[in-house]
Ligand binder design. Structure first.
Ligand code: NI
Length: 247
């Protein structure tokens, strides 16, 4: 548990809402709507994805009848701290934790990034920092590139004291859209008012293998302990020296 910070909690249903005390009713309504919309969007995309898989058949990189959805794929984005263009290839050879969100998100994204931070800290405690560093890359990818410039994302990650190894990625509208599409992430602008807006989006943390294929995914209600358990089972006990270092 991070000191002074709220951990995500609650029952497994879409009507559970983020529970910051004093949140206006509109946030609550929005959270419910978001849950439904994201769920429907994901279901829709899952169906669509099944069709795509049928068409793609045994194309390279598409899981063959293993039941694993073809989630993930190439992306080309700007790393928020260095401002450099990076692709998914940079992270090949290591597991990735991939979360899509936006820095103006009032509640859910901060909670999920805190959870990821706590997962990383627990893994480091259990396996050693070096082991985790060499095998697992946590990524935050913006689905609000219009506001989330590299500088904004970088400051957001640092100012909120999320895990220092969390890599922020953003880019052009097209680049972020392509990344979201590869991961079947649903998102849409909502509550547009006076130039301000929110973004409804899927709340899923993807756990990708060293080959870039989906290993597992964690929804909002998956606990830190459950995530640690699933991830730790996949990581080797010793650091790998041969894998390329990231930033
Ligand atoms: Ni969010």
């Amino acid at each position: 548990m991070l000191s002074g910070r709220k951990q995500p909690k609650g029952p497994e249903n879409v009507t559970e809402t983020p529970s910051r005390t004093g949140s206006p009713v509109t946030w609550r309504s929005l959270a419910i709507a978001t849950g439904f919309a994201a769920g429907l969007g994901f279901l829709y995309l899952d169906q669509k994805n099944k069709k795509i898989r049928e068409i793609q058949g045994k194309q390279k990189g598409v899981p063959d009848g293993s039941g694993r959805p073809a989630i993930g794929g190439p992306f080309s984005l700007i790393e928020s701290h260095s401002g450099q263009l990076v692709t998914d290839e940079l992270f090949r050879g290591r597991f990735m934790l991939v979360y899509f969100g936006f820095t103006h998100c009032p509640d859910v994204c901060p909670d999920e990034l805190e959870k990821i931070t706590h997962v990383l800290e627990t893994l480091e405690k259990n396996l050693g920092k070096e082991t985790v560093d060499s095998q697992l890359v946590p990524l935050f990818i913006s689905i609000d590139p219009e506001r989330d410039t590299p500088k904004v994302v970088d400051e957001y990650l640092r100012e909120n004291a999320f895990h220092p190894r969390l890599i922020g990625l953003t880019g052009s509208v097209e680049q972020c859209a392509a990344a979201a599409k590869a991961y079947r992430v649903y998102y849409t602008k909502t509550n547009v008012r006076d130039g301000d807006y929110l973004v409804d989006h899927s709340i899923i943390t993807y756990f990708m293998g060293p080959d870039g294929a989906l290993v597992d995914y964690f929804g909002k209600h998956v606990t830190t302990d459950e995530m640690v358990k699933q991830i730790q089972a996949r990581l080797s006990a010793k650091p790998k020296n041969s894998v390329p270092k990231g930033n």
